[in-house]
Design a protein around this ligand. Structure first.
Ligand SMILES: *[C@@H]1O[C@H](CO)[C@@H](O)[C@H](O)[C@H]1NC(C)=O
Ligand SMILES: *[C@@H]1O[C@H](CO)[C@@H](O)[C@H](O)[C@H]1NC(C)=O
Ligand SMILES: *[C@@H]1O[C@H](CO)[C@@H](O)[C@H](O)[C@H]1NC(C)=O
Ligand SMILES: *[C@@H]1O[C@H](CO)[C@@H](O)[C@H](O)[C@H]1NC(C)=O
Ligand SMILES: *[C@@H]1O[C@H](CO)[C@@H](O)[C@H](O)[C@H]1NC(C)=O
Ligand SMILES: *[C@@H]1O[C@H](CO)[C@@H](O)[C@H](O)[C@H]1NC(C)=O
Length: 588
């Protein structure tokens, strides 16, 4: 062995040791975040990726590919609303899925969407969500209300401050809106070991009239609680306005029919009941100012980093007890909780807990919804799962929309997940795409379609005013339906959406099926443009033919089928010029 070989060996050995060192010291914290359990499915282990998605032929966005296990017939058959986001989400934004996990509607967003829900306002259902940018764990944005055609009807902004926070947008029984705001203000932080001239994010909520935008009520945590009511470590925050200390962190506000507010403050580990006129704190459940005797040995008031406190009847509340915050763990697992309060003698008892079958911890986010059936529905926030429980805490249905072995990495999350009834009537046309002898049809957001009807041109009515004959029908299968085109679909055809009573809800653009040489071409044009195009192409072709006929040996291509989509008047009577094949709703 010569000196060079020896030197090479030493270099390789050193390289191996350095690599091992790097693996142990740098990857170990990452490896600890993997969650391997014996009950993980292939989906949970990530064979479809961290955030599995599925694509469509007739629709360009990708939606979630979920895994449902178990699935129980007793589960609420209504729609699921969530707003997936994270590095492993193909197209983040608000999304509606049906009980089978099939896509119903989605809107792909460049901004962040959170708290996507269905709420009632003046007797009508709206899709509501917050949209904006995120800073330091809170939001800077506005709240949106979409009607059943997916048109934005209201955009709501807070009064007197720049921007609204993502955590809450609640429409009250009196047609007002309640929402949270994180407002940086100067504060003395000496009680938490910070500067005397420091900054906190004040925990603010407002109630405003949706129609007029008028402020009805405002409450500020700084007027009732000192910074040391917080469990949040100060860290290096609080020195500047732009990095204020988030001592309170409001994440839910609700108003009851006595006109009082129930508020959850995550960083105070407390739920507060607030007088609707004076703003006085009537009582505090949990945290450093707890007013309640705990009849459950600390389990009723010992929640921490919680979300989504709501009344259930007059003396019970539900909340999502995260018991964890980032890498900081109070308990190993998170759960939904049902707590009974006796407001006469100020006692609290934990009646029921709801645990994920894989004992998940949600290090942030999450919510609890009591359904009309009494079942309890939980969105696991930072962990990409939602679960429906019987009132007694038995798991009925459990859905994962990310691989659970990697939930700690937060590659796909949804702040809240809820269920609700929804009727969607989009003001777009159904989308059709053709592949071989098959048509693929979908209609983003149309909830009432039960079947698709294939309609062919009768062969003799004028092209400007075509008459169509129904030649076949296919029942709707999930978001996208694949239809084999029969032999009697010969030239121009279109596909109409039918409701349960066979009424036409909408009709696609006209397509053309033809055999002949050439490639697949999809066009939406008006007839003058077609004529212009044909004349231009003919002229070009003739010119080209004469130019190259002596130089190039032309080789014919094998015959394939050619498809066209041609101009069509939409329902409003406007001719659609070059509409893209896939129109997304509400681009305005
Ligand atoms: C908070 O700080 C004040 C003094 O600034 C002190 O009186 C009070 O006891 C402290 N509260 C807690 C819960 O530490
Ligand atoms: C609705 O308004 C009435 C009259 O102002 C008030 O008494 C009641 O508390 C309000 N309820 C809610 C939920 O805002
Ligand atoms: C609340 O406690 C008081 C005093 O112990 C008792 O009289 C009352 O019945 C309790 N209320 C409920 C709803 O249990
Ligand atoms: C308060 O009322 C509950 C029943 O609601 C009872 O179990 C508890 O012992 C009472 N506590 C006191 C201090 O009276
Ligand atoms: C289109 O055709 C129908 C009958 O097929 C006729 O009633 C109607 O007047 C026509 N419209 C136009 C603009 O030609
Ligand atoms: C078209 O073809 C299908 C199957 O080949 C047949 O069931 C249907 O009745 C035909 N429709 C018409 C209008 O000829």
């Amino acid at each position: 062995m010569n000196a060079w070989e020896r030197c090479g060996r030493i270099l390789r050995a050193t390289g191996a040791i350095v690599t091992a060192f790097l693996l142990v010291f740098f990857l170990r914290p990452q490896l600890q975040r993997f969650r391997f359990r014996s009950d993980l499915s292939w989906y949970d282990l990530g064979i479809y990726g961290f955030g599995p998605s599925r694509s469509y032929v007739s629709f360009e966005e990708q939606s979630l590919l979920v895994e449902i296990t178990p699935r129980n017939a007793k589960c609420d058959p209504r729609y699921t609303l969530l707003a997936p986001r994270g590095d492993s989400v193909a197209h983040p934004g608000p999304m509606i899925l049906d009980a089978r996990g099939e896509l119903v509607w989605m809107k792909s967003d460049s901004a962040t969407t959170e708290d996507f829900r269905i709420q009632r306002y003046k007797g009508q259902d709206y899709l509501t969500y917050w949209e904006g940018g995120k800073v330091d764990g809170h939001g800077c944005g506005s709240w949106y209300m979409l009607d059943s055609a997916y048109t934005v009807q209201y955009i709501i902004s807070p009064v007197g401050v720049m921007s609204g926070d993502l955590h809450e947008f609640q429409i009250t029984a009196n047609s007002t809106a309640l929402f949270a705001i994180y407002d940086p203000i100067p504060a003395d932080l000496t009680s938490v070991g910070g500067p005397q001239l420091g900054w906190v994010y004040d925990g603010v909520f407002q109630e405003v009239d949706i129609e007029t935008g008028e402020l009805i009520f405002e409450w500020r945590a700084s007027q009732h609680f000192p910074p040391n009511a917080s469990y949040q470590p100060l860290g290096d925050q609080g020195h500047e306005r732009s990095s204020a200390f988030d001592f309170f962190h409001i994440n839910s506000v609700d108003k009851d029919d006595q006109g009082r507010y129930l508020v959850s403050a995550r960083h105070a580990h407390s739920v507060f009941y607030i007088d609707g006129v004076t703003g006085e704190v009537l009582w505090t459940l949990g945290g450093k100012n707890n007013d309640f005797e705990d009849l459950s040995n600390g389990a009723a008031t010992g929640f921490s980093w919680q979300h989504d406190a709501r009344w259930r009847g007059v003396n019970q509340i539900t909340l999502f007890n995260n018991a964890a915050n980032g890498d900081h763990r109070e308990e190993k697992i998170s759960h939904g909780a049902l707590i009974e309060l006796n407001l006469t003698n100020r006692s609290a008892e934990l009646l029921q807990t709801y645990h994920h079958p894989q004992e998940l911890a949600a290090v942030s986010q999450g919510n609890v919804q009591v359904l009309d059936s009494g079942n309890v529905f939980i969105g696991w926030g930072h962990s990409a799962a939602y679960t429906e429980f019987s009132p007694d805490g038995d798991v009925l249905c459990n859905v994962h929309y990310g691989a659970s072995a990697y939930f700690q990495f937060g590659r796909i999350v949804s702040y809240r997940v809820t269920k609700g009834d929804w009727v969607g009537m989009p003001d777009t046309l159904p989308d059709v795409a053709l592949a071989g002898d098959r048509a693929f049809v979908s209609w983003n957001g149309a909830t009432e379609v039960r079947s698709w009807q294939i309609e062919c041109w009768d062969g003799f009515s004028p092209l400007q005013n075509m008459t169509y004959l129904a030649v076949g029908q296919a029942s709707r299968e999930g978001f996208e339906t694949e239809i084999a085109l029969t032999a009697n679909v010969t030239s121009y055809f279109r596909i109409s959406a039918l409701d349960a009573n066979d009424n036409v809800l909408g009709t696609s653009a006209t397509m053309m099926r033809a055999t002949g040489a050439g490639r697949r071409i999809l066009l939406h044009v008006n007839w003058s443009l077609v004529t212009f195009g044909i004349v231009t192409c003919l002229g070009l072709a003739v010119g080209l033919y004469f130019a190259i006929r002596r130089q190039v040996q032309h080789r014919g291509q094998s015959a394939t089928q050619m498809y066209w989509a041609v101009a069509q008047e939409d329902q409003a009577g406007h001719t659609l010029d070059f509409i893209p094949q896939h129109r997304s709703v509400n681009e305005a």
